[in-house]
Design a binder for this molecule. Structure first.
Ligand code: MV4
Length: 461
């Protein structure tokens, strides 16, 4: 086992990783920017190193500060958390050259899956279903038009270097394709320094269902069931649950086997997520692979009973997986992301938390770095914490979440707690009738209802 792990992250995930290290008897090194001096992750770690000023580019993303921090403190491994450098193959590679362990997949796997067109080709090779589309990046508009004609409109253009919804364009008619391709290329070139674009048949109302996978360094690969992540806005997930109300045992088995097959194809090691789109008639398609621990990992932990972060550290240190693949979920778990945001306008609401009372009781978990008098800095993402509940089935978990949200008091800043309370009351949500367009419909209906009730529609800009 590692003796000392440097956690290259901040906020709730830094604390989450630190707690797993403690249970394993591993010492911890925190890194922090000057904006995070009073953060719990810096205070709770055995050692803490200041790595620079507030902007991420000068602190949490800065290899030339992080690597010396690991060297000087004698850390023998780095856990990257999620975001920041978690999917940076170069960082993993440089650490390897310095003989510092990496708690994540091999750099070549990170690089392969980071190229979304290459990931698609790998899925094809592993006989994992993908949507009809291009095997290679599109060389020109004529090729794109020919291919789009074959797969049928609507189609979607995606940046090979993108992912998570960045640099995507839906095209509904042939006449729009050349123009959209040019714009997509320009945007991708600007955002990622790589203008490679591929295309796929576009599904109009899919669900986003992702499988938690794990591989060890001995060739074993397992899956730990799925998460339903359809409730999102502008590619930011709001609420996740496991299991998905859309899967039966048979579909779960087939999707799980596909996820495992793809991992075996690349000799996957450590924690990962295979994202699928599921269409209305129960057909599923590989979308992307994320080569990191995800924000929403706790819902899987609750229904599987597995500490995924501990398992990441153990597997990185050479342990063998002993958990069987595809065990049935125990009960139902839901996570609500509590963001420091105005729930009406979705704008960040940083500042000082003046009151903080967290709910408790059986089946209630909170992963947070927040506390009373904590000041949320404006420099990073707005996640203040995650409220996770577990109960015997979906209706019971919904009731438990509604209660927990009611007893969660955060004053001084605006949070998404009221938004979650409204989602939990929504009929389609309660029926498990979800798609990636759920929030669009929900927000439209909310606005219409308010207009009818004659209440003041909150003013926009
Ligand atoms: C799609 C799609 C429909 N058809 N691809 C969005 C995030 C990125 N990972 C890919 N995304 C999508 N790809 C095809 N062929 C719809 C989406 C999509 C979406 C996916 C998951 C969750 C929310 C979404 C919201 C809008 C679009």
């Amino acid at each position: 086992m590692f003796k000392k792990v440097l956690i290259a992250n901040r906020g709730e995930i830094a604390l989450r990783v630190m707690q797993a290290c403690r249970e394993l008897g591993v010492r911890t090194v925190a890194v922090y920017s000057t904006a995070d001096r009073d953060s719990l992750h810096a205070l709770y770690a055995d050692e803490a190193v200041c790595i620079g000023p507030p902007p991420s580019s000068e602190s949490y993303l800065k290899l030339s500060s992080l690597i010396p921090a690991a060297e000087i403190t004698g850390a023998d491994a780095v856990h990257p958390g999620y975001g920041f450098l978690a999917e940076n193959a170069h960082f993993a590679e440089v650490l390897g050259e310095c003989s510092i362990g990496w708690i994540g997949p091999r750099p070549e796997t990170i690089r392969l899956m980071g190229d979304k067109a290459a990931a698609r080709r790998t899925a094809l090779k592993a006989k994992v279903p993908v949507l009809p589309g291009s095997e290679d990046p599109l060389p020109d508009a004529r090729t794109a038009e020919k291919l789009a004609g074959k797969v049928g409109y609507p189609i979607i253009l995606k940046a090979a270097a993108g992912g998570g919804g960045r640099g995507m364009r839906v095209v509904r008619r042939k006449e729009e394709l050349a123009g959209q391709l040019a714009t997509a290329r320009e945007e991708a070139e600007k955002a990622f320094g790589d203008g490679s674009i591929y295309l796929e048949k576009y599904l109009t109302r899919p669900r986003h269902i992702e499988f938690q996978v794990f591989g060890d360094s001995h060739g074993n690969v397992i899956h730990l069931g799925e998460r339903e992540c359809s409730i999102q806005r502008r590619h930011q997930k709001l609420l996740e649950e496991s299991p998905s109300p859309a899967l039966d045992d048979e579909l779960r088995r087939r999707m799980g086997e596909s996820a495992v097959r793809l991992c075996q194809e690349v000799g996957y090691q450590n924690a990962g997520t295979i994202e699928f789109l599921l269409d209305e008639d129960g057909k599923f398609y590989f979308m992307e692979m994320n080569t990191r621990i995800q924000v929403e990992h706790p819902v899987t932990e609750m229904v599987s009973g597995v500490d995924l972060v501990r398992l990441q550290i153990e597997v990185a240190a050479g342990a063998r997986l002993t958990i069987p693949s595809g065990l049935p979920a125990r009960g139902h778990a839901i996570e609500c992301r509590i963001n420091a945001e105005d729930p009406e306008r979705f704008r960040p609401s940083p500042g000082k938390i003046t009151t903080f009372h967290a709910p408790g009781g059986p089946g209630v978990r909170i992963d947070t770095h927040a506390y009373e008098d904590y000041v949320i800095p404006p420099f990073y993402d707005s996640l203040v914490g995650k409220l996770i509940v577990h109960d015997k089935d979906r209706p019971a978990a919904i009731a438990r979440m509604a209660r927990a949200l009611e007893f969660f008091v955060i004053d001084g800043i605006k949070t998404t707690i009221p938004l979650h309370q409204e989602i939990l009351e929504d009929e389609a949500f309660r029926a498990g009738d979800l798609s990636t367009h759920f929030m669009e419909r929900f927000l439209e209906e909310r606005a219409a209802r308010r207009e009818l009730e004659g209440g003041e529609e909150p003013e926009g800009e």
